[in-house]
Ligand binder design. Structure first.
Ligand code: OAK
Length: 835
């Protein structure tokens, strides 16, 4: 009965102005209306959360009008739809973003003011959905914004984790994790689609039999069946009517199961099964670029992929299309290998559920999927123990064997006798235990494979996917990442946005290349002054927050030197710390020295099980405790560890940055996207030739970028020569002093054990060549300090950075995916009721 739709005499629903109007009056009415009818409150007794909810529902009503119009438009035309499969979406708060994309920020500001509440106060009430770890999840969110803004029909599929990325607290200088109960106060942005649900099998075994037509068939007898329920979040484009769906699956126990167990009287068993089912979408794994190999994680991946593919097939068939033409309706992008099981699941659905023959099923599958790789760290490439895999997905294991067999037959002919190549291309890895290589599954089953920055795509072909490139070069391309200027400029930096728009109009928000029109003002002293004034005000705001969160008082006139990102050895936060200690020592040894004051700001989470990353946080906070309390230095040096880095905090930090630290070991950071956001907001970059830094430097000009360090090639060469960090340690006095101080307990109340692992790792192993790059880094930092003294020259470089960042809009990235990979076109949406 749930699936029935209501048939109305009136095809066009009467649309109430209070639900759709964009005027101040309509908004006020809508807020009060929602306060009363949804929250059950009148203004005098409404809480801040009541107001936040009322406001959000008022905004959501306006999104829904655009959403239903989009759905209608998509169903009418036969348009190819992009389906983005991602285990993570790091969306950030919705309210302010939706106000901007609807174009009613100002109106809402006035409406709330007239009702006697402050808009910013309500915006700050939103708990952000932290359904991602870092770069990969945030990229998915930027891409959803750009898809809608470019009016591309698209669905984002993922998991509705009940608990997102943990909240980070700092206690005694260490990271402490707390659960992220983001749904606690309700989520006004989602709509539960109870009627949209699919069953997903797990575990058990496979029966084989011959059917009446003599066809060989498989029957998967699962140990457990779970139900996925769709929760939709509308994603509106910027000043367009296109509103796409982000469809996240929540796992539940299927009704049928409850009945069986409850009726048979085994109440405990029934309750346990229910919990097992609900656990699947319970929590996001907090590992960034590390694999955990846990059964639950594989179940999560399969769960959301299966629901999503069943959903797509349903949509396709309901349009009256044939199953063989699935790939005409959908282009499916795999956001790294987390959803790569989709290749096998598609085959299962086509063969076992829709009766296609193998060759036809494989043709459809390999015309459907495209795969994006997001890492060069070999240890981050996903594999599953074969036995474990088979215990969760017995049918898929059979299918993977078959896919692999057919593929390797083809390979063997092509590479004649090269066993090395055959085993490297095989989906199944051999060793003490066999394992499934998800990247290989993604590569065989996809028609396109891409990296996320020029250097990364190039290195993929030479390293981790070398044999794949040799085998199918035509599949490979580069799609340099981008970020949405709506969130990362307009929303996070309204003052800079106003200043830019005053000079060049507002077109740049949708056509970021137009920022180049700012170049003509780079030398204008008046403009430079206004530009640096905005920067100063953003630094003052951040300084207040820093004081509130950490108790550290920082000087907004000092250089804000910022490294914010996940804590990882390859990102080298410890290299930054070594520079910081060096400056401290210089000041202590020469207190009269004329030094450019700096505030070192760090933020980022460490994976809970990643010891070295947690130790790096402790190192930062330990050095900070000493430096911040030393009157000899603390008017020129300050160290801040800003806790709980997330989208909300990122929005407050980027606008206040003078210097952006992008100091990963060359060849390790696939792209980076924080580097783009910082530069767009007028920060200058100190960086290695890694990831998208290469392309950022290319566009902003080498004279506006502080380059240091070994190149990717030199890094490889150095390693091959037998890199010995100890010689660097011995031969550089400042470096040796800094490391010796850490080792001796100088920053840890004379505790000489706590940083032992970190120090030994650096001087004896140093897998990320921190010591090799130290000298070049410090020399470059000295140049940065000198440059900061010349305010006009700095302002000029800052303006030019922003002016030349047009390339790094996610609109550009998405346009490239649309043209080169997905072959999809824009479909402008007209509002229902409009003609
Ligand atoms: C996470 C898990 C597994 C593999 C990769 C990641 C990941 O987050 N990678 C990051 O993706 C970003 C978006 O493409 C890049 O900008 C980062 O450089 C990369 O580390």
């Amino acid at each position: 009965e749930e699936k029935e739709t209501v048939k109305s005499e009136n095809k066009e629903v009467l649309i109430q102005d209070a639900r759709t109007g964009l005027t101040v009056e309509a908004l006020k009415k809508a807020i009060l209306n929602n306060l009363f009818y949804v929250q059950g409150k009148y203004p005098e007794i409404a809480t801040r959360n009541d107001y936040y909810m009322a406001l959000s529902f008022a905004v959501r009503d306006r999104l829904l009008q655009r959403w239903t119009s989009s759905v209608k438009q998509y169903l009418e035309g036969k348009n190819r739809v992009v389906s983005y499969l991602s285990a993570e979406y790091l969306l950030g708060p919705h309210l302010a973003n939706n106000l901007i994309n609807l174009g009613i920020y100002k109106e809402m500001e006035q409406a709330t003011q007239e009702l006697g509440v402050n808009l910013q106060w309500l915006i700050d009430k939103e708990v952000e959905p932290g359904l991602g770890n870092g770069g990969l999840g945030r990229l998915a969110a930027c891409y959803m914004d750009s898809l809608a803004t470019l009016e591309v029909p698209a669905i984002g599929y993922g998991i509705r984790y009940q608990f997102g990325i943990f909240e980070q607290d700092i206690r005694d200088g260490w990271q402490v994790e707390d659960t992220d109960n983001w749904l606690r106060r309700g989520n006004p942005w989602e709509i539960a689609r109870r009627e949209l649900n699919y069953e997903v099998k797990l575990g058990g075994y496979v029966q084989h039999y011959m059917d009446r037509d003599g066809r060989y068939r498989s029957n998967w007898m699962p140990e457990l069946t779970v139900k996925g329920v769709a929760y939709d979040t509308p994603i509106l484009g910027y000043k367009v009517n296109t509103c796409n769906a982000l469809r996240l699956w929540k796992s539940e126990a299927p009704k049928s199961f409850d009945f069986q167990s409850f009726n048979s009287g085994d109440y405990n068993h029934a309750v346990n099964q229910k919990i097992i089912c609900e656990n699947i979408s319970k929590v996001l794994y907090p590992n960034d670029e590390t694999i955990s190999g846990k059964i639950l994680r594989l179940q999560q991946q399969y769960f959301f992929v299966s629901c999503s593919l069943q959903d797509m097939i349903g949509i396709h068939l309901r349009q009256g299309e044939k199953i063989e033409d699935f790939n005409v309706t959908f282009a499916v992008q795999l956001n790294d290998t987390h959803p790569a099981i989709a290749i096998a699941e598609m085959m299962r659905l086509l063969l076992d559920e829709h009766d296609l023959e193998w060759v036809d099923a494989w043709r459809v599958t390999t015309r459907t999927f495209a795969y994006t790789n997001h890492t060069l760290l070999p240890e981050a490439l996903e594999t599953w123990d074969l036995e474990l895999f088979g215990s969760v997905l017995p049918r898929h294991l059979e299918l993977i064997y078959e896919i692999n067999k057919r593929f390797l037959d083809e390979v063997t002919i092509k590479v004649y006798g090269d066993h090395q190549k055959i085993s490297s291309l095989s989906i199944i890895g051999e060793g003490p235990r066999k394992f499934i290589k998800m990247a290989n599954l993604a590569c065989v089953g996809s028609f396109a494979i891409n990296g996320v920055a020029a250097l990364h795509s190039d290195l993929l072909k030479k390293t981790v996917l070398k044999d794949w490139y040799a085998y199918s070069p035509e599949k490979f391309s580069n799609k340099t990442n981008g970020v949405t200027p709506r969130r990362w400029m307009v929303l996070s930096n309204p003052k800079l946005t106003a200043l830019i728009s005053e000079k060049i109009g507002e077109n740049w928000i949708k056509h970021l290349d137009e920022l180049k029109n700012l170049e003509q003002y780079a030398d204008d002293p008046e403009f430079q002054k206004s530009w640096m004034q905005v920067k100063l005000e953003m630094k003052q705001e951040l300084a207040k927050r820093i004081l509130g969160k950490t108790g550290v008082k920082v000087d907004p006139e000092s250089m804000f030197d910022i490294q914010v990102k996940r804590i990882h050895e390859y990102k080298r936060q410890h290299l930054n710390v070594l520079h910081l200690i060096t400056l401290y020592n210089r000041l202590k040894q020469n207190p009269k020295m004329d030094m450019v004051p700096r505030t070192f700001i760090f933020a980022g989470k460490a994976a809970p099980g990643y010891k070295m990353a947690k130790l790096i946080i402790k190192l930062i906070t330990s050095v900070g405790d000493l430096v911040n309390n030393d009157p000899d230095v603390n008017h020129r040096l300050k160290v801040v560890f800003y806790p709980n880095y997330n989208v909300t905090n990122a929005q407050r930090i980027y606008p206040a940055a003078d210097l952006s630290e992008q100091i990963s070991t060359a060849g390790k950071e696939a792209s980076g996207t924080g580097n783009m956001k910082l530069s767009m907001n007028g920060a200058l970059t100190i960086g290695t030739l890694d990831g998208a830094n290469v392309e950022i430097r290319e566009v902003v000009g080498e004279e506006n970028f502080f380059l240091f360090g070994l190149t990717a090639e030199e890094v490889t060469q150095k390693r091959n020569e037998g890199y010995d960090p100890y010689t660097y340690y011995k031969s550089n006095k400042e470096l040796k002093l800094a490391i010796d101080q850490i080792a001796s307990g100088y920053f840890s109340h004379l505790d000489d054990k706590i940083f032992k692992d970190l120090v030994n790792n650096l001087i004896y192993h140093d897998p990320f060549l921190v010591l090799a790059d130290y000298e070049s880094y410090v020399a470059c930092q000295d140049k940065v300090s000198e440059a900061f003294r010349d305010k006009a020259a700095w302002a000029r470089m800052s303006i030019l950075n922003t002016a030349r960042m047009g390339k790094f809009s996610s609109d550009r990235s998405i346009r490239e995916y649309c043209d080169d990979i997905w072959k999809v076109k824009s479909v402008p949406v007209h509002l229902n009721g409009d003609s």
